[in-house]
Design a protein around this ligand. Sequence first.
Ligand SMILES: C[S@@+](CC[C@H](N)C(=O)[O-])C[C@H]1O[C@@H](n2cnc3c(N)ncnc32)[C@H](O)[C@@H]1O
Length: 201
Amino acid sequence: MNQPLPFSQASENNKQVILDVLKCYLKSGDKVLEIASGTGQHAVFIAENMPELHWQSSDISSNVESLNLRISAAQLENLPAAIPLDVNQEHWPCDVPNSIFSANSLHIMSADSVENFFAGVCNHLKEGHLLVYGPFKYGGNFTSESNAGFDLWLKDRNPESGIRDFEWVDGLTKRCGFQLTEDHVMPANNQLLVWNRESSR
Ligand SMILES: C[S@@+](CC[C@H](N)C(=O)[O-])C[C@H]1O[C@@H](n2cnc3c(N)ncnc32)[C@H](O)[C@@H]1O
C-alpha cells in the first residue's frame, strides 16, 4: 500500500512565490543545497520547474525517511535522495554547493543552532547565494500582529524557538564576508533574504 506523502499547507501556498524569487538568483548547472527540507514540497516543485539545477535536499535524520517518500515519488533526475544533515554537525556531509536555500527553519531551531547554521554556511558555501525564507523581526519589532502571535505560539511549543532578529542573522553572515543582496517582502508576513559571497581568491 502507498504511504501518504508528508504535506504542509504553508509550503503549498508559498512554493510558487519562492520559486519566482529563486529564478532571479539561481542559474543553470547550479548545485543547490536545501537545509531543513521538511515535507520536500519545495524541493520537488523547484526541481520540477528548474530542471537545469541540481537540488540536494536534507533534514535531521529523524525526518529523512518521510522526506524521501516525496522525493522518491517525484522521480526527478535532478533531485537525488535527501541526506541527513543537522546544522549542528561540524562537517556537513554534502558536495560543495553553489547556493544554499532554507525555508521556515531559523524560527524553529534554537538560537545556538541558528549560529551553527550560519557557521556551516560559512564553511561550506565559499562562493554563491544564501537564500533564506521565513518571518523576521526588524529593530526588535514584528512585521505584523500575526507574527507576534506566531512567536508566542512557537515559544509555548518550544521555548528555544522564536522569530529571529534580521540584524542578528545579517551580522552572522557578515562574519565570513556575505553581503545582503536583497530583502524580498513576501506574502503572509514573510521575507526572502538573499546574501551573496564572492570568492576571496
Ligand atoms: C517548519 S519546518 C520547515 C520545513 C520546510 N522547509 C518548509 O518550509 O515547509 C522546520 C524544519 O527544520 C528542521 N530542523 C529543525 N532543527 C534542525 C537542525 N538542527 N538541522 C537541520 N534541520 C532542522 C525540521 O526537521 C523541519 O523539517
